[in-house]
Design a protein around this ligand. Sequence first.
Ligand SMILES: [Zn+2]
Length: 163
Amino acid sequence: MFVLKLEDRPEIAFIAEETLGKLAKWLRILGFDTIFEPQLPGAGFSAFKSTARVCLTKTVQRYERFGSQNIILITSDRPSEQLQQVVTDLNIGPPDIHLFSRCTQCNLPTIALHKSDVLGQVPDYIWQTHNTFHGCRQCGHIFWAGSHFVHAQKIIKKLFECK
Ligand SMILES: [Zn+2]
């Protein structure tokens, strides 16, 4: 059975416009609640103007329409530099990061799974060599601390060295 793991969730949340898909994915990997514009049901980007969600845009007109409030104008085309800008502008630190605590596809918090629950659902060698698994209730994707996790940790280390 699924067991919900109660953890502190970061309070900073985002909405990213459609040009910022890779940045949105990275923010989710870091554990931030990030709505990606093409996945928005109904209400448009501008509906978030006066919410607690930080809006991320590359469009100057959009930025100006918001009156520069609650919105970050992303200046770089490179996802790594975009992420660096968000981290710097919001003074995000390592305690705010909860790596792979959120599904990168659905944006929902992942839940801790017992090793016995994922038997047969992940490759055998993964099951034999890992003890910690998380899953998404919506899409069913199972996450474990594999090579992508190590890669993400390296990127995060670099992110905070530059500050
Ligand atoms: Zn999912």
